[in-house]
Design a protein around this ligand. Structure first.
Ligand code: ADP
Ligand code: MG
Length: 402
């Protein structure tokens, strides 16, 4: 990972390695060595936006930014968690764990993982945990799933549980949906747990099947520039709910279980059966976006990486004009990146802020980042943060220290 020259990295400045920070926090917090350290990455979605809840396709990849948990088991059913973001540790026992929502704030993500494992019938050991992270919180790079995945994997390994990787995303998602109470699809947890270095994860949100698609940016002399738009999330929850409801209504009108069941070839016919322009535009986004994921996968399989650029840009136009989920900051970033020579650019994530990604020639990454920063300054937006990324591995146990 090389932070781009202009603007600080999207992460907290990595003055020391994140794994070292987790280890140091564990030692100073608990006055002992951790038994091990587990790392889970942030992620971005290359393409496939608002397709997940329409039973469609997404194509995320893991970022080189990671959350690391250092952990040790303890003999009782009690958990103590420290994070760099908080002065005080969070403590809880089975009484708090077994009542979803009881542990509030950031500790809820950890308690939720313990809860989800216990609810699925696994005996989870008590543990001491210390967390450090380079994944920015709340920027849409999925720090929440990284936290859940790192903790889940640590607890699974400490307990020696036989829990296949493919079943882990569901448990991490349950922690977030049912314990924390944040509605998310399966993409984030699947990506951070299952992604592989040098690959994107082609995920079918209907049956959760995955395929690892070679995404060798490095060999193509390319990189993905991730730009944190720093736009405040304006009304994001309500807008998300209304898009979701519109899609469900449209599927019902079209007589299909989900919009995924409308093939791109049948789009015109489907649009002709919808009652109003807004619904038609929402459907057109979802159907064409699903097809763009399939087209991107086909190009990547053929090793034609630079050619995915126009699909990324088309995805952005569809989100801006048809799904209406972009904001001036992200539109500005996309336009500036393209004008500076990016091969393609789009907002990534649910919308109304979050991050933009741009496919760039590695040598041009800094110039594209600088162009976005200049465009932001001209519009009076706060300086965006940028990061140049290649597809990184999913959740791993780190080799142990001396
Ligand atoms: P995103 O997943 O896009 O970063 P979310 O709102 O879904 O944003 O999740 C962010 C929340 O996850 C934080 O507010 C915090 O409660 C929790 N979280 C994530 N990473 C950490 C961490 N390293 N330490 C403590 N809490 C964290
Ligand atoms: Mg999240």
């Amino acid at each position: 990972m090389t932070p781009a020259a202009d603007g600080p990295a999207a992460a907290a400045p990595a003055t020391t390695d994140v794994a070292d920070r987790a280890t140091a926090a564990f030692r100073s917090g608990y006055d002992e060595q951790p038994a091990g350290r587990w790392a889970a990455p942030g992620r971005v979605n290359l393409i496939g936006e608002h397709t997940d809840y329409n039973d469609g396709f997404v194509l995320p990849f893991a970022l080189p930014l990671r959350t690391v948990v250092a952990a040790s088991p303890r003999p009782d059913e009690h958990w103590t968690v420290r994070s760099e973001i908080a002065d005080q540790p969070v403590d809880f026992g089975t009484a708090e764990v077994d009542t979803p929502g009881r542990v509030t704030g950031w500790g809820g993500y950890v308690a939720g993982v313990v809860w989800a494992l216990r609810e699925a019938g696994y005996a989870v050991p008590g543990a001491r945990l210390a967390i450090a992270s380079d994944v920015p919180l709340g920027s849409g790079l999925s720090s929440s799933a990284a936290l859940e995945a790192a903790v889940l994997t640590a607890l699974v390994d400490l307990a020696g549980l036989d829990l296949p990787t493919g079943r882990r995303p569901r448990l991490a998602q349950r922690a977030e949906n049912a314990y924390v109470g944040a509605p998310t699809g399966i993409m984030d947890q699947s990506a951070v747990i299952r992604c592989r270095a040098g690959h994107a994860l082609f995920l079918d949100c209907r049956d959760e099947s995955v395929e690892h698609i070679p995404f060798d940016l490095d060999a193509a002399g390319l990189a993905i520039l991730v730009i944190d738009s720093r736009a405040p999330h304006r009304h994001a929850d309500g807008e998300y709910a209304s898009r979701r409801a519109a899609c469900e209504r449209a599927a019902a009108l079209l007589g299909v279980p989900a919009l995924r069941d409308v093939p791109a070839a049948d789009l015109d016919d489907a649009l002709g059966r919808l009652p109003d322009d807004e619904t038609r535009r929402r459907v057109r986004h979802v159907v064409t976006e699903n097809q763009r994921v399939l087209d991107t996968v086909a190009l990547l399989r053929a090793g034609r990486v630079p050619e995915i650029g126009p699909l990324l840009t088309a995805s952005h136009a569809s989100m801006r004009d048809d799904f209406e989920i972009t904001v001036p900051e992200v539109d500005t970033a996309v336009e500036a990146a393209l004008a500076a020579g990016a091969l393609g650019a789009r907002m990534t994530g649910g919308g109304f802020g979050g991050c933009v990604l741009a496919l760039v020639e590695t040598d041009h990454s800094e110039a594209v980042a600088a162009a976005v920063t200049t465009a932001y300054a001209e519009r009076g937006f706060p300086t965006p943060t940028t990061l140049t990324a290649l597809p990184a591995p999913g959740t791993t146990r780190l080799p142990w220290l001396p």
